[in-house]
Design a protein around this ligand. Structure first.
Ligand code: G4P
Length: 196
């Protein structure tokens, strides 16, 4: 998605060979116009899948999930990383390990917001090792619903998440795929393909 790639090039900061900082439009401050375009692109990609619900993970997945949900006309649910004191109803849980943060979070969603028999689109901001997306897929499967696909805003294609999700049989659509962050420079997968 060219608009997204332009934003990454213009305001993304490469912190090191593994981490791209995009807190000016996605992870802290949010660019509403760009997020609308992101949601429209997810909707275009998944419109034929019969999506009935979107599931994401707090916090940075919420903005792109919301705009995709608006465009597809379906409810958006976010799994929580911290159990709320008033979440005393029946819930599904799964453990998500973050290699980036080296911590495990228990991720929770109330059963009433993830019913059986739904066709669910999973959306997340970053795909690195795929653990968050696999955790969300596990919640959907616990609910006896099906995962129609996984929509990712920014995939770090030099990490193994994309391959893991595809091996597990999921359709993965990433709007920007980063091949490398080496030398402080963002190289997209398409850029490298053109060089070859
Ligand atoms: P994985 O789910 O694909 O295995 O990824 P990982 O555990 O490595 O990622 C953990 C957190 O770090 C996630 O945010 C993810 O979005 C974020 N992250 C991973 N790589 C990058 C990167 O290169 N840049 C940025 N900006 N973030 C990255 P989170 O803990 O869920 O945070 P938030 O949603 O509350 O903002």
């Amino acid at each position: 998605m060219e608009l997204l790639k332009a934003a990454i090039r213009d305001v993304g900061q490469v912190l090191n060979d593994n981490v791209l900082k995009v807190d000016s439009f996605l992870n802290h401050q949010i660019d509403p116009a760009l997020m609308m375009a992101v949601g429209e692109e997810f909707a275009r990609l998944f419109v034929d899948e019969g999506i009935t619900r979107i599931l994401t993970l707090e916090s940075s997945g919420i903005a792109p999930a919301l705009t995709a949900g608006l465009k597809l006309g379906v409810p958006v649910v976010f799994a929580r990383k911290k159990r709320s004191a008033i979440m005393n109803e029946q819930a599904y849980h799964t453990q998500v390990y973050s290699f980036t943060k080296q911590e495990t979070n228990e991720v929770t969603v109330l059963k009433k917001f993830l019913p059986a028999g739904e066709t669910v689109l999973i959306i997340d901001d970053f795909l690195a090792n795929g653990e968050a997306a696999l955790g969300l897929a596990s919640l959907v499967e616990q609910a006896e619903s099906s995962v129609a696909g996984i929509g990712i805003v920014i995939e770090k294609a030099f990490q193994n998440g994309g391959a893991k999700l595809k091996e597990a049989g999921y359709r993965v659509e990433s709007l920007a795929r980063i091949a490398s962050l080496s030398g402080g420079h963002v190289a997209f997968v398409e850029d490298l393909a053109q060089v070859k």
